[in-house]
Each structure stands twice: as C-alpha cells, then as structure tokens.
Design a protein around this ligand. Sequence first.
Ligand SMILES: Nc1ncnc2c1ncn2[C@@H]1O[C@H](COP(=O)(O)OP(=O)(O)O)[C@@H](O)[C@H]1O
Ligand SMILES: [Mg+2]
Length: 374
Amino acid sequence: MTGTTGVATDSGTGAEQALRPHAEDAFAAELKALDAADDRPRPARWNLSPWAVATYLLGGTLPDGTVITPKYVGPRRIVEVAVTTLATDRALLLLGVPGTAKTWVSEHLAAAISGDSTLLVQGTAGTPEEAIRYGWNYAQLLTNGPSRDALVPSPVMRAMAEGRIARVEELTRIPADVQDSLITILSEKTLPIPELGAETQAVRGFNMIATANDRDRGVNDLSSALRRRFNTVVLPLPASAEDEVDIVTRRVDQLGSGLDLPAVPDGATEIRRVVTVFRELRGGVTEDGRTKLKSPSGTLSTAEAISVVTNGLALAAHFGDGVLRAGDVAAGILGAVVRDPAADRLIWHEYLETVIRERDGWKDFYRACREVSA
Ligand SMILES: Nc1ncnc2c1ncn2[C@@H]1O[C@H](COP(=O)(O)OP(=O)(O)O)[C@@H](O)[C@H]1O
Ligand SMILES: [Mg+2]
C-alpha cells in the first residue's frame, strides 16, 4: 500500500522493520483472511463488510479456522454502533477518559475499513487550518502561482478524494475557529479551494473518526454545529478487573514480543496486582467495597497499567531472572500514582499502610513498594 495511498515509507519491507507498524501492516494476514471469508455486502469503497470490521476489532474464529485476535475488549454493541456510524453520512466521535483505547480503536477501524490508518491529523492547540484543509508548496506557488500542483492536500483532503477514513486525534484541543473548517467538510462533503475557484468533493467511502478526551471538556468545547455532524460513542473504562487484566496481558504480550521480552504467563500475579491497585485508587474504594480511599490526581488508566507492566518486564529481563516480580513493577506504580508530589504521596502512603500492608499474600509487594516509596 506504500506510495499510492498511505504515507510513503522509504523501505520496501517497512512492516517488519518499523518500530511500530501501522495496524494494516501488523494485522495484514488477519485482514486478508477476513476479506476472503467475508461474503456480506460492503459499503462503497470499504475493504470489508461492517460485520467483518466488527469481527476484526472484537476477534473471532473464521470458518477456515483463522483466529482473529481481539483488538478491543469491551461491549460488542459499542463496536457495532461505531462501525455502523461510519457507513452513514455522520462522522464518528470517540469520547472517553485517557487510556480507554480511543486512538487504538480509531486506528483499527481505519485500517479495517480503508486499509489505511495513516490519514491522520493530530489535534493540538497549535493545529493550523492547513492541517485540516490544504497548504501550499511555496516554491511552486511563487514560480507558477496557485495551481493544483502547488497545493499540498491535508490528510482529510486526501481521504475525501480517495473515499477513505480520515482520523482527527484530540479534536477538542484544536482551536474553535480551526475546528469550524470541519463543518463544511462534514455537512457539504466538499472542501472549497477559493484560490483556484475549485473544490474537492468527497467521494463515497469518505468519513471521519475523531477522538476527544472527556477531561478536556471545556478546553475547546465542540460547537453545537460541529457536534451535530458526529455520532458520539463513549468508550468506557474496563467493566471488571478480569477484563482489565485480560487487556493488559494481551497488550503487554504484543508489545513485549516486539521488544524481545519474555512472555508473560497467563494471569501473572503482578499484572493482577497492578490492575487491582489502579482500579482501587481510581475508583476510590477497595475491591471488597469495605474501605473508602482517596483518589490520586493521575488517571491511572489501563494504558498506564500496560506501560508499568511492560517496563517491569524489561527490568525483569535485563536485571532480574526473567520472571516478573513485585520489585519490577513497584517503581512504575509509584510513578503513575504520585503525580502531585505533596497530595498524591500522602494518598499513596495511606493506601500502602492501611490496605496493601494488611492484604493476605501481598507481603512481597508491600515490601517492594515500601522500598521505592521511602
Ligand atoms: N478496552 C480496551 N481494549 C483493548 N485495549 C485497550 C482497552 N483499553 C485500553 N487499551 C489499550 O490501552 C492503550 C492506550 O490506548 P489509547 O488508544 O492510546 O487510549 P486513548 O486514546 O483513549 O487515550 C492501547 O495500547 C490499547 O490497546
Ligand atoms: Mg488517544
């Protein structure tokens, strides 16, 4: 797919060499198997039917025995609504607290539908209108004046022309006037180019997935005009500790194999402990519901749990005996919990001394945490 569609990469074997291959490359075999097995109707320019896209995200086994790994662990209905939205004329807004897989789901949806997850605009306070519309190649512009050749299309403009999915990350961080340039694109499905007296019309297959952080609300709230163009799907935090352990184990395994780290045994004790600590502090109550806790300022998201465990695994591999132990995750947990040195440290100490210390079978964990907290 290099060259014609996605961002040009300079090596032919980019997929295996890249530090972080795009979803469409990393899961090319699964996508191919789904394509072969998929006999349901596909919306215009979709690589797969909505059913196959949902199966790609949620996992399953195909009639020929091919196993599709679950990418997203969560309510099936959420994925079905998200996929269906993209087959309509409304765009999809994935909303949620940090670390609920908004970016992850967006990338996989684009990969499965368009075979290209790279038509991406990263939203920041400094995102200019050109990042959403188009810019100019100034050398060309000065010599030849405004022309199609001098125009540098944005990823959104390319998605419109090619009938693919465009992605906008962190939509609410983009200044309101720049956000507004999306209204015409999403409602009229056209991008006017006044300098050329022309326009780019979106072809069928074009749609957009935006992500936004729940906690950013109020930073640059979406205008109601723009919000109406989107169907909002809220990605929840994992419902149960089991789900969260499952997500962390899967992702750590995938990330770890890319880094040549040892595999984690299923239900590894330390993963369960990291997840327990995160869930308890996040929820403000112990698992048994008996003790109320204060929540620290950090999000303690699933994504952070994944990185604590991955770092722990690297410590175990390089400086330990290869087995993930309490001492390998303790420093990472502390770093995730104590963001505000004063307030969070107090909260952590109270939790450590009243909950972790008293918990059966957690002595080694308590000691490891004490050691790094001193
Ligand atoms: N429900 C989930 N299912 C699968 N992976 C998840 C889930 N929640 C979080 N993750 C993992 O967390 C990591 C970070 O997610 P990300 O998409 O960056 O979060 P967000 O964009 O919502 O802040 C990803 O590696 C993703 O695999
Ligand atoms: Mg994100």
